[in-house]
Design a protein around this ligand. Sequence first.
Ligand SMILES: [Zn+2]
Length: 186
Amino acid sequence: MSVNERWLPIAGYEGIYEVSARGGVRSLDRIGPTGRKVPGRTLRPTVNASGYPAVVLYRDGAARKLYVHRIVLSAFVGPCPEGMEALHGPSGQGDPALSNLRWGTHAENVADTIADGNHNQARKTRCIRNHLLVDPNLTTSAARTGRRGCLACNRAQGRARSRGEQIDRAEADQLYAEIMKGTPAC
Ligand SMILES: [Zn+2]
Protein backbone atom coordinates (compact mmCIF):
# COMPACT_ATOMS: atom_id res chain seq x y z
CA MET A 1 0.00 0.00 0.00
CA SER A 2 1.40 3.34 -1.07
CA VAL A 3 2.61 5.82 1.56
CA ASN A 4 0.98 8.59 -0.49
CA GLU A 5 -2.41 6.98 -0.12
CA ARG A 6 -5.10 9.22 1.32
CA TRP A 7 -6.56 7.97 4.61
CA LEU A 8 -9.66 9.19 6.42
CA PRO A 9 -11.21 8.25 9.76
CA ILE A 10 -14.12 5.78 9.68
CA ALA A 11 -17.35 7.27 11.06
CA GLY A 12 -18.06 5.80 14.48
CA TYR A 13 -14.48 4.49 14.73
CA GLU A 14 -12.54 7.75 14.77
CA GLY A 15 -9.09 7.32 16.30
CA ILE A 16 -9.37 3.53 15.99
CA TYR A 17 -9.55 2.75 12.27
CA GLU A 18 -8.94 4.55 8.97
CA VAL A 19 -9.88 3.83 5.36
CA SER A 20 -8.02 4.73 2.18
CA ALA A 21 -9.33 5.86 -1.20
CA ARG A 22 -8.01 2.61 -2.64
CA GLY A 23 -10.11 0.55 -0.26
CA GLY A 24 -7.51 -0.25 2.38
CA VAL A 25 -8.61 -0.42 6.03
CA ARG A 26 -6.12 -0.08 8.88
CA SER A 27 -6.19 0.07 12.65
CA LEU A 28 -4.26 2.87 14.37
CA ASP A 29 -1.74 2.42 17.17
CA ARG A 30 -3.51 2.06 20.48
CA ILE A 31 -2.83 1.30 24.11
CA GLY A 32 -3.90 -2.25 24.94
CA PRO A 33 -5.64 -3.41 28.14
CA THR A 34 -2.27 -4.10 29.81
CA GLY A 35 -1.04 -0.58 29.08
CA ARG A 36 1.19 -1.83 26.31
CA LYS A 37 1.25 -0.13 22.93
CA VAL A 38 -0.47 -2.19 20.22
CA PRO A 39 0.77 -1.17 16.78
CA GLY A 40 -1.75 -0.45 14.04
CA ARG A 41 -1.98 -2.81 11.10
CA THR A 42 -3.67 -3.17 7.73
CA LEU A 43 -6.74 -5.36 7.97
CA ARG A 44 -7.15 -8.28 5.62
CA PRO A 45 -10.72 -8.25 4.27
CA THR A 46 -12.75 -11.41 3.88
CA VAL A 47 -14.78 -11.79 0.69
CA ASN A 48 -18.39 -12.96 0.90
CA ALA A 49 -20.14 -15.29 -1.55
CA SER A 50 -21.14 -12.37 -3.77
CA GLY A 51 -17.53 -11.16 -4.01
CA TYR A 52 -17.76 -8.14 -1.71
CA PRO A 53 -14.80 -7.58 0.63
CA ALA A 54 -15.70 -6.95 4.27
CA VAL A 55 -13.79 -6.26 7.48
CA VAL A 56 -14.65 -6.72 11.14
CA LEU A 57 -14.21 -3.57 13.25
CA TYR A 58 -14.08 -3.59 17.05
CA ARG A 59 -15.11 -0.85 19.43
CA ASP A 60 -15.85 -1.07 23.15
CA GLY A 61 -15.69 -4.85 22.92
CA ALA A 62 -18.32 -5.03 20.17
CA ALA A 63 -17.50 -6.46 16.74
CA ARG A 64 -19.20 -5.27 13.58
CA LYS A 65 -18.74 -6.61 10.07
CA LEU A 66 -18.83 -3.87 7.45
CA TYR A 67 -18.51 -3.89 3.69
CA VAL A 68 -15.36 -2.08 2.59
CA HIS A 69 -17.14 -0.34 -0.30
CA ARG A 70 -19.64 1.20 2.12
CA ILE A 71 -16.84 2.37 4.44
CA VAL A 72 -15.00 3.97 1.50
CA LEU A 73 -18.08 5.76 0.15
CA SER A 74 -19.17 6.95 3.61
CA ALA A 75 -15.72 8.36 4.39
CA PHE A 76 -14.90 9.99 1.05
CA VAL A 77 -18.35 10.89 -0.32
CA GLY A 78 -20.64 10.96 2.72
CA PRO A 79 -23.26 8.72 4.29
CA CYS A 80 -25.55 6.72 2.01
CA PRO A 81 -28.40 9.03 0.91
CA GLU A 82 -31.92 7.80 1.74
CA GLY A 83 -33.05 5.12 -0.71
CA MET A 84 -29.67 4.86 -2.43
CA GLU A 85 -27.22 1.98 -2.53
CA ALA A 86 -23.55 1.46 -3.32
CA LEU A 87 -22.84 1.10 -7.03
CA HIS A 88 -19.73 -0.57 -8.40
CA GLY A 89 -18.04 0.44 -11.66
CA PRO A 90 -16.45 -1.70 -14.36
CA SER A 91 -13.80 -3.23 -12.10
CA GLY A 92 -16.55 -5.07 -10.25
CA GLN A 93 -17.71 -5.83 -6.72
CA GLY A 94 -14.28 -7.09 -5.64
CA ASP A 95 -12.72 -3.63 -6.06
CA PRO A 96 -13.69 -1.24 -3.23
CA ALA A 97 -11.54 1.65 -4.54
CA LEU A 98 -13.25 5.05 -4.49
CA SER A 99 -12.73 5.39 -8.27
CA ASN A 100 -14.93 2.30 -8.75
CA LEU A 101 -17.76 3.42 -6.45
CA ARG A 102 -20.70 5.78 -6.13
CA TRP A 103 -24.03 6.01 -4.36
CA GLY A 104 -26.96 5.55 -6.72
CA THR A 105 -30.46 4.17 -7.05
CA HIS A 106 -31.35 0.49 -7.24
CA ALA A 107 -32.55 0.98 -10.85
CA GLU A 108 -29.15 2.44 -11.79
CA ASN A 109 -27.47 -0.47 -10.05
CA VAL A 110 -29.41 -3.02 -12.11
CA ALA A 111 -28.78 -1.08 -15.34
CA ASP A 112 -25.05 -0.91 -14.49
CA THR A 113 -24.66 -4.60 -13.86
CA ILE A 114 -26.48 -5.54 -17.06
CA ALA A 115 -24.30 -3.10 -19.02
CA ASP A 116 -21.19 -4.60 -17.42
CA GLY A 117 -22.35 -8.08 -18.37
CA ASN A 118 -22.20 -9.12 -14.71
CA HIS A 119 -25.90 -9.71 -14.43
CA ASN A 120 -26.73 -13.37 -13.87
CA GLN A 121 -29.52 -13.46 -16.41
CA ALA A 122 -27.99 -11.14 -18.97
CA ARG A 123 -24.76 -13.11 -18.96
CA LYS A 124 -26.51 -16.43 -19.37
CA THR A 125 -26.09 -17.54 -22.98
CA ARG A 126 -27.47 -21.08 -22.76
CA CYS A 127 -30.35 -22.63 -20.90
CA ILE A 128 -29.91 -25.64 -18.61
CA ARG A 129 -30.53 -27.93 -21.61
CA ASN A 130 -27.76 -26.22 -23.53
CA HIS A 131 -29.99 -24.36 -26.00
CA LEU A 132 -28.59 -21.02 -27.09
CA LEU A 133 -30.41 -18.07 -25.53
CA VAL A 134 -30.46 -15.92 -28.64
CA ASP A 135 -33.13 -14.60 -30.97
CA PRO A 136 -35.39 -16.30 -32.06
CA ASN A 137 -35.12 -18.75 -29.13
CA LEU A 138 -36.11 -16.19 -26.50
CA THR A 139 -39.37 -15.98 -24.59
CA THR A 140 -41.34 -12.80 -25.19
CA SER A 141 -40.79 -11.69 -21.59
CA ALA A 142 -37.05 -11.49 -22.26
CA ALA A 143 -37.04 -8.02 -23.81
CA ARG A 144 -39.31 -6.64 -21.11
CA THR A 145 -37.62 -8.07 -18.02
CA GLY A 146 -34.03 -8.47 -19.20
CA ARG A 147 -34.21 -12.12 -18.16
CA ARG A 148 -33.46 -14.51 -20.97
CA GLY A 149 -35.84 -17.42 -21.09
CA CYS A 150 -35.48 -20.40 -23.44
CA LEU A 151 -38.45 -20.42 -25.81
CA ALA A 152 -37.96 -24.10 -26.74
CA CYS A 153 -37.96 -25.24 -23.11
CA ASN A 154 -40.82 -22.90 -22.36
CA ARG A 155 -42.96 -24.50 -25.10
CA ALA A 156 -41.86 -28.05 -24.18
CA GLN A 157 -42.77 -27.29 -20.58
CA GLY A 158 -46.21 -26.11 -21.65
CA ARG A 159 -46.83 -29.21 -23.75
CA ALA A 160 -45.61 -31.54 -21.00
CA ARG A 161 -47.74 -29.80 -18.41
CA SER A 162 -50.87 -30.21 -20.58
CA ARG A 163 -50.16 -33.95 -20.60
CA GLY A 164 -49.53 -33.94 -16.86
CA GLU A 165 -45.89 -34.94 -17.41
CA GLN A 166 -42.42 -33.60 -16.67
CA ILE A 167 -40.65 -31.69 -19.40
CA ASP A 168 -39.26 -34.03 -22.07
CA ARG A 169 -35.70 -33.34 -23.10
CA ALA A 170 -36.07 -34.79 -26.61
CA GLU A 171 -39.18 -32.72 -27.23
CA ALA A 172 -37.42 -29.57 -26.02
CA ASP A 173 -34.47 -30.31 -28.32
CA GLN A 174 -36.79 -30.86 -31.26
CA LEU A 175 -38.63 -27.61 -30.61
CA TYR A 176 -35.29 -25.88 -30.32
CA ALA A 177 -34.22 -27.26 -33.71
CA GLU A 178 -37.48 -26.03 -35.28
CA ILE A 179 -37.20 -22.57 -33.73
CA MET A 180 -33.57 -22.20 -34.77
CA LYS A 181 -34.05 -23.57 -38.31
CA GLY A 182 -32.47 -21.15 -40.75
CA THR A 183 -30.54 -19.40 -38.00
CA PRO A 184 -26.79 -19.75 -38.40
CA ALA A 185 -25.23 -21.75 -35.56
CA CYS A 186 -22.92 -19.74 -33.34
ZN1 LIG B 1 -33.84 -24.69 -23.47
